[in-house]
Write a protein that binds this ligand. Structure first.
Ligand code: G4P
Ligand code: NA
Ligand code: NA
Length: 194
């Protein structure tokens, strides 16, 4: 997605060979116009899948998930990382291990919002090692729902998550795939036009 690549080039900050900071439009301040275009792009890529629900993980997945839900006309559900006061039982839960932070956290979704009639599109802001996506897919499976695919805003193609998910037969659509962050420079994997 050209608009996204341009935004990453203009406003992204390479923090190290493996971390890209995009606080000015995705992870802290949010660019609603870009986010709307992102929602339109995901909606168009997954339009043939019969999606009934979007599933993401708080917090940074919520904006792209909501915009995609708006365009597809379906609800967006976000898995919670912390136990909520009102969310105490009837939960699907999964453990997500972060290699970056070296910690494992439980994520949870109420059984009220995903069930076996759903076709779920998993959306997230970043794909690195794929552990967050795996946790969300685990919840889709617990619900007995179908997985329509995984939509990622920025995939770090030099980390293993994308290959791991695609090897499992999951349809992964990433709007920007970064092949390298070496030497402070962002390089993209060129998209193959269908
Ligand atoms: P994984 O799920 O693919 O295995 O990723 P990992 O554990 O490495 O990611 C932990 C957190 O860091 C996630 O956000 C993920 O989106 C984010 N992340 C991973 N790589 C990058 C990167 O290069 N740049 C930025 N900006 N973020 C990255 P989170 O902790 O769930 O936070 P949030 O959703 O509240 O923002
Ligand atoms: Na994040
Ligand atoms: Na995230």
């Amino acid at each position: 997605m050209e608009k996204l690549q341009e935004k990453i080039m203009a406003d992204g900050k390479v923090l190290s060979d493996s971390v890209l900071k995009v606080d000015s439009f995705l992870n802290h301040q949010i660019d609603p116009v870009l986010m709307q275009a992102i929602g339109e792009e995901f909606a168009s890529r997954f339009s043939g899948e019969g999606i009934t629900k979007i599933l993401t993980l708080e917090s940074s997945g919520i904006a792209p998930a909501m915009m995609t839900g708006l365009v597809l006309g379906v609800p967006a559900v976000f898995a919670r990382k912390r136990k909520s006061l009102t969310l105490v039982d009837r939960l699907y839960t999964a453990s997500v291990h972060s290699f970056t932070k070296n910690e494992t956290n439980d994520i949870s979704v109420s059984r009220d919002f995903i069930d076996e009639t759903d076709v779920v599109l998993v959306i997230d802001d970043f794909l690195a090692n794929g552990q967050a996506a795996l946790g969300l897919i685990d919840i889709v499976e617990q619900a007995g729902a179908a997985l329509g695919g995984v939509g990622i805003v920025i995939e770090k193609g030099f980390q293993e998550g994308g290959a791991m998910l695609r090897n499992r037969g999951v349809r992964v659509e990433s709007l920007a795939i970064i092949s390298s962050l070496a030497n402070g420079k962002v390089e993209f994997l060129e998209e193959e036009k269908a």
